[in-house]
Design a protein around this ligand. Structure first.
Ligand code: SD4
Length: 384
């Protein structure tokens, strides 16, 4: 047991093949509805409820430990369908997803619709139209979509002039035998499919790029130059799906593709277990198959939040740099509708929406480093 506890605290995993197993016993509030609402759970927590995780050695004794409020939030099963996405702009995106679903759309329609809302919003400079360009002044977009049943997926990398790469990714999935199209080939395919080309560089971002050309000429990751929407959804019947879309790092090298369109990195959906998505510096996600790793930790029994945190700790161990220097964040939902998120800074905003509930929550924080308003994306309701 000491080994298992130590492993949990320090990020390594105990052996699952032998006798030693982790049994997570989640003692939830006794509520009438089988689906607990977040508010209900918080009220319950305020009354001093302890959500208990139990580490057990098979055949041995059990020892409870108290979880934090953030951890107990992630042990709640949301009502279905539930949509979970990155950043403040995830909330209106989730709401668009739920609306589409309620209007009779499929789970995939809903995921696509939510992401399209963010792609169309030129006031955010990190997804779709209005995104910051690559170093040569052209906006290059990355996106992918994945559907749990059959593990179907489609993706585009470095596509230019097309406002909705998420829809092109879906067309790759549904209309070609392939998974990933890049650059000119992706653009040609989009045109064949009837997507109209347009200039995605707004006058404002053109000016900002010209200033950068004159003054900076170096890629700095910090405030105002990165953000991505990753949005994962769980249907009423337990079907999972997700999508991810970004303009990538601002002023990136032309042709640079990040984690967002790479299945297993920026997004992963496993219909048996759950789904996860990433935002942040793609290079620090894609070397580790970050979203796949989150899902694998959920398979081992970790809550979505713990799975995100454990993934970040493991990435930091392998990378060698301190956690706060990595600038990465994950969201996750499992097949039961539990959700959670974790980031390398002092927590990042992520949105959760299900019938009767839609909020921006703060993720688990793995360092004290402030993350600022990344990508210049103030909440959409504050931008009008
Ligand atoms: C990328 N992961 O291209 C994206 C950018 C991002 O928050 O998510 N920024 O590396």
């Amino acid at each position: 047991m000491a080994h298992a506890q130590d492993a949990r605290e320090h990020g390594s995993r105990p052996s699952y093949g032998g006798l030693e197993v982790i049994v997570r016993i989640e003692m939830h509030c006794q509520m009438q509805d089988e689906s607990l609402s977040l508010r209900g759970m918080q009220a319950c927590s305020r009354r001093g409820f302890l959500s208990t995780g139990v580490l057990a050695v098979a055949g041995g004794s059990m020892m409870p430990h108290q979880t934090t409020q953030a951890q107990s939030n992630s042990l709640i099963a949301a009502k279905k369908p539930v949509f979970v996405s990155t950043w403040n702009f995830g909330k209106p995106a989730n709401e668009a997803s739920l609306r589409r679903y309620n209007e009779g759309g499929s789970l995939l329609d809903a995921v696509e619709e939510g992401i399209r809302l963010t792609e169309a919003d030129t006031s955010n400079a990190s997804v779709g139209a209005g995104g910051k360009p690559a170093a040569h002044g052209k906006v290059q977009l990355d996106a992918c979509i994945m559907y749990g049943p059959g593990s179907k997926a489609g993706s585009v990398g470095g596509i230019e002039d097309i406002k909705h790469p998420i829809s092109v990714a879906r067309a790759v999935m549904e209309k070609t035998p392939h998974v990933l199209l890049v650059g000119q080939g992706a653009r040609d395919f989009a045109m064949e499919q009837g997507f109209a080309p347009q200039n995605l560089l707004t006058p404002q971002e053109h000016e900002a790029w010209k200033t950068w050309k004159k003054e900076k000429q170096s890629l700095e990751v910090g405030e105002d130059n990165h953000d991505t929407i990753a949005l994962v959804g769980l249907d009423k019947d337990g079907t999972l799906a997700g999508g991810c879309s970004t303009s990538g790092l601002a002023y990136k090298m032309p042709g640079r593709v990040g984690d967002s369109p790479i299945l297993g990195s920026g997004l992963y959906v496993d219909n048996e277990i759950g789904a996860a998505g990433a935002t942040g510096v793609g290079e620090n996600v894609m070397r580790f198959c970050g979203s796949f790793m989150v899902v694998e930790y959920m398979r081992q029994g970790l809550s979505p939040e713990d799975a995100c945190a454990e993934t970040i700790r493991r990435i930091a161990r392998l990378d060698g740099r301190p956690i706060e220097e990595l600038h990465i964040n994950f969201i996750a939902v499992n097949k039961q509708g539990q959700f959670g998120a974790a980031g390398t800074g002092s927590g990042f905003p992520y949105a959760v929406t299900y019938p009767g509930f839609s909020e921006v929550l703060q993720s688990k924080a793995l360092s004290q480093k402030a993350i600022g308003i990344e990508g210049g994306n103030a909440p959409i309701e504050e931008q009008s």
